[in-house]
Write a protein that binds this ligand. Structure first.
Ligand code: HEC
Length: 249
């Protein structure tokens, strides 16, 4: 091995394995010495990361609502550049943006050791690789910025619906009303004993939205997957009136 001069060496870059009998100080074998250090740093980082997650748990967002068409899905920030890239690719050739371009970029990165065989290490003396990397980073940063701006714009044009009050905060009104008994016998299988919904939607606070007469009509005529005439006669009125009382402030 010819020149081991430390001039071009960036601290932290592994050195060549020391040839036997060669007396240079400050070199060490890549395996196991160097790798061992890497692994130790890696495990410390991993443990620190696990601790961080355990002590700073991230709250879940609102439950996904299939009814909410105003929701604009968007990937996490670190995927925004890929997401943005897709916007510049016409729909018929979407595979260009999803597979070919990112695939080429990854393949190029993998091939770097074979393409870029220069012995020079210093970034300022390697204009092409350094320049290419800086340009790609700028491009990715720009894509991320654009994606974020466009998402903000879309949100401003189409603001998300205010969240419905959390179901667990609302109590059932007048639980000993005669209508409540009819409900638990005939309706609770689908709407839940606690009105929180099962097959059918939650009816907590349904009184804010429907009048007893409207509820009566739903019961007699049925609606969607809810069959008509589950209860008849007087019971219809009683259960509808009780549900009409289920109002939230
Ligand atoms: C077989 C299951 C089932 C039973 C039993 C049932 N429901 Fe329903 N109910 C549903 C489904 C499903 C919907 C949603 C229908 C839709 O909008 O497509 C619904 C909707 C409703 C709605 C409208 C809710 C809204 O937010 O618009 C009311 C009110 C209602 N049910 C009351 C009752 C009452 C009162 C009873 C008992 C007499 C009852 N349901 C029994 C399945 C059921």
């Amino acid at each position: 091995m010819a020149d081991h001069s430390n001039k071009e060496r960036i601290p932290g870059v592994p050195r060549y394995r020391k040839p036997k009998g060669l007396k240079i100080d400050g070199t060490e074998p890549f395996f196991p010495n160097f790798l061992l250090k890497e692994w130790i740093v890696g495990s410390v980082f991993l443990v620190a990361f696990i601790m961080w997650i355990l002590f700073n748990p991230v709250d879940l967002e609102a439950v996904a609502d299939p009814q909410d068409t105003s929701f604009i899905p968007v990937p996490d920030w670190y995927f925004l550049f890929l997401y943005q890239l897709l916007k510049y690719v016409p729909g018929q050739v979407v595979w260009l943006g999803t597979v070919v371009v990112p695939g080429l970029a990854v393949a190029l990165l993998l091939l770097v050791p074979w393409i870029d065989r220069s012995k020079t290490r210093h970034p300022f003396k390697r204009l092409i690789p350094t320049g290419a990397m800086i340009l790609s980073l700028i491009f990715m940063a720009w894509l991320t910025y654009e994606a974020d701006e466009q998402h903000k714009h879309a949100l401003a044009k189409n603001p998300p619906k205010p969240k419905a009050p959390a179901v667990k905060d609302t109590a059932i009104v007048a639980p000993s009303d005669p209508g409540a008994k009819i409900f638990s016998q005939s309706c609770a299988t689908c709407h839940g004993a606690e009105l929180k919904g099962q097959v059918g939607p939650s009816l907590l606070g349904v009184g804010n939205k429907l009048k007893p007469e409207q509820i009566e009509e739903i019961i007699t005529k049925g609606r969607g997957a809810m069959p008509p005439g589950i209860v008849q006669g007087d019971d219809t009125k009683k259960v509808a009136e009780w549900l009409g009382k289920q109002q939230q402030k």
